[in-house]
Ligand binder design. Structure first.
Ligand code: GLV
Ligand code: MG
Length: 320
């Protein structure tokens, strides 16, 4: 059974070179943010951005959000120094390192060992720094099962649509939407399901990437709604206008959350001595059994992680 460990409904992308955007990010109600050293930072600004990111993490003010830094990919010339400088400078003030463009398990092993070394050298609790990886090309998707199993530090797999579209030669310039001319289904269904199943098989969360049309909040809702319906845990946001929509779409509706908690309580009672040791029972108009309990666990965990509270608790029948 996979349940969200930490809520990742919305993940804000913040260019690590912009103190202005970093300051603005502190006031946005996303579950997670990442300070980017990769594609949102120009090559000439990479080194300065590391210092800006370290200072921003140490300065704090991030509440209980998941604090992440995206380093450069392992084919670049910046990756090792990104890890060393960021973790040595702010290793106690961040939760996870995000590795982009992952193409194989060996890259995750490298990051895991490097993080382990730095944790030891700094005296940080072993395993305190997590890893998230972006799957954003054909090689990464092909190797996703071994990537997902490559480290105990892994917390999430993230789909990178822009790089992925480029990697497979999809002739579209619109990130997050269906490619023009494709009108027979969802062009990303296979990729998202592949990533989701690899994540769940290894107890990880699965997150969808950005929607670049930041003015089109209804479009974002539609696209995010599909991903949420498949079971992914969240989506990136790039702009304040996207935050509420994404948080809402990835939270269970109140009535589904109430129902899930009630299924758990009712099923626990019906299967107990007092409830008659029944494996299947009626709850309202619906028959519930062990499989219902498992489904309810997922919705209840997502709701609890999103901070929902139950409105109408189930109570055992007085007489049976
Ligand atoms: C994100 O990194 C993307 O490539 O879409
Ligand atoms: Mg990318």
């Amino acid at each position: 059974m996979v349940v969200p460990q930490r809520s990742r409904r919305s993940c804000l992308a913040v260019p690590g070179s912009s103190t202005k955007m970093i300051d603005k990010a502190r006031g946005l109600a996303t579950d997670q943010f990442f300070l980017d050293l990769e594609d949102a930072v120009a090559p000439l600004a990479k080194e300065q951005a590391r210092e800006t990111v370290v200072a921003a993490l140490n300065e704090g003010g991030w509440g209980d959000r998941i604090r992440t830094v995206r380093i450069n990919d392992l084919e670049s010339r910046w990756a090792y120094r990104d890890v060393v400088d960021v973790l040595e400078g702010a290793g106690g003030s961040l939760d996870t390192v995000m590795l982009p463009k992952v193409t194989g398990a060996d890259q995750v092993h490298w990051l895991d060992l490097t993080v382990t070394q730095i944790e030891r050298a700094l005296g940080l609790p072993a395993g305190s720094i997590g890893i998230e990886v972006q799957i954003e090309d054909a090689r990464g998707l092909t190797a996703v099962d071994s990537i997902a199993a490559a480290s105990d530090r892994l917390e999430a797999l993230i789909f990178g649509p822009a790089d992925f579209m480029a990697s497979i030669n999809m002739p579209s310039l619109v990130v997050g939407e269906q490619p023009p001319g494709y009108d027979v289904g969802d062009a990303y269904h296979h990729v998202l399901m592949r990533l989701l199943t690899a994540a769940r098989a290894n107890g990880l969360q699965a997150v969808d990437g950005p929607y670049l049309q930041i003015r089109d909040v209804e479009g974002l809702r539609r696209v995010a709604g599909r991903t949420a319906a498949l079971g992914l845990d969240g989506k990136w946001v790039l702009h304040p206008d996207q935050v509420d929509a994404v948080n809402e779409v990835f939270s269970p509706r109140q009535r589904d959350y109430d129902r899930a908690e009630n299924i758990l309580d009712a099923y626990a009672w019906y299967t107990s001595e007092a409830g008659g040791k029944r494996g299947a029972a009626m709850l309202g108009d619906e028959m519930i059994d062990e499989a219902s309990r498992k489904m309810a666990l997922v919705v209840a965990a997502k709701g609890r992680a999103a901070g929902l509270t139950r409105q109408d608790p189930w109570r055992p029948p007085v007489e049976r």
